[in-house]
Design a protein. Sequence first.
Length: 179
Amino acid sequence: MTQKSKRFEHLADYRSWLVAAEQKSQEDFDKTILSLSGGALGISFVFLKDVVGPHPILQTGFLLAAWLAWGFSTFSVLTSYYLSHLALRRAISQVDDRTIYKNPPGGTYAWWTAILNAAGAVLFLAGVCCITVFVAFNLSFKGPTNDRKETSTTTVPAATTTVPAAPGAGTITGQPPAE
């Protein structure tokens, strides 16, 4: 075996290792995003129950946006798993047909897999931003029975009503007479 063929063999082995490492890395990434999105959904329900409790919930749009972002993040990653499977089947078919060098391996399935993986990560981060805003609003609000800071104070003056009395008796007010 020549020096050049040994070098090529080492390079081929290294390439195989890189392909396996890339696949493992992508699999770990998908699992992480899936776990984080699912966990974030669960934690947000606990937050509502235990932290906000019976107090008024403020800025519910941010909570809904976080839930939707995490739901779509989970959907994106799950769909990318399936499309990845189809991309691998397509690549195997391309190798068998000897068309692997004519078209991108995996075809459009591989392209959609990459798009959905990126979308899953972006949607997860969008959900984190939305829940952060929601939590900030709700932790700073003071409900009727808790000791959180008030966002505003309003004083309403007592109402005074005047009722006409019998002729010659003057007027009657809703306030008791001063003693």
